[in-house]
Design a protein around this ligand. Structure first.
Ligand SMILES: C[C@H](O)[C@H](O)[C@H]1CNC2=NC(N)=NC(=O)C2=N1
Length: 99
């Protein structure tokens, strides 16, 4: 079972995830892509990784703007699974933006 991160650990983690911020029991990132198709490409790649890892973000899709919200529902808070997922999401966005 993944361990819940305490407030100090969350603060430390957010220092390594500059595009993310804390939202209660979750961390969130909002990102604007160049187009709706590019945003959906990001969503599809995130979905593949989330399914492989059996750990899924909440995703809000509004035209070119995506908001990801990561939390470990089964634990009722943030765990390392969310940190890893956030890092994967950052990598996908960076790779797609680099074209
Ligand atoms: C049954 C299945 O393994 C669980 O519901 C998984 C699915 N994906 C999940 N995703 C997230 N973010 N938190 C969970 O607790 C979780 N649990």
């Amino acid at each position: 079972m993944p361990e819940l991160l305490n407030d100090d650990a969350i603060t430390d983690v957010l220092g390594t995830l500059p595009d993310w911020e804390r939202d209660g029991d979750a961390i969130t990132r909002t990102v604007e892509l160049d187009s709706f198709p590019q945003a959906i490409q990001v969503v599809n790649r995130v979905a593949e990784i989330a399914e492989n890892n059996n750990h899924h973000p909440d995703i809000d899709i509004r035209w070119r703007t995506l908001t990801f919200r990561c939390s470990t529902h089964s634990e009722g808070g943030l765990t390392d699974l969310d940190v890893s997922l956030a890092e994967e999401i950052d990598g996908i966005v960076d790779a797609l933006r680099a074209g």
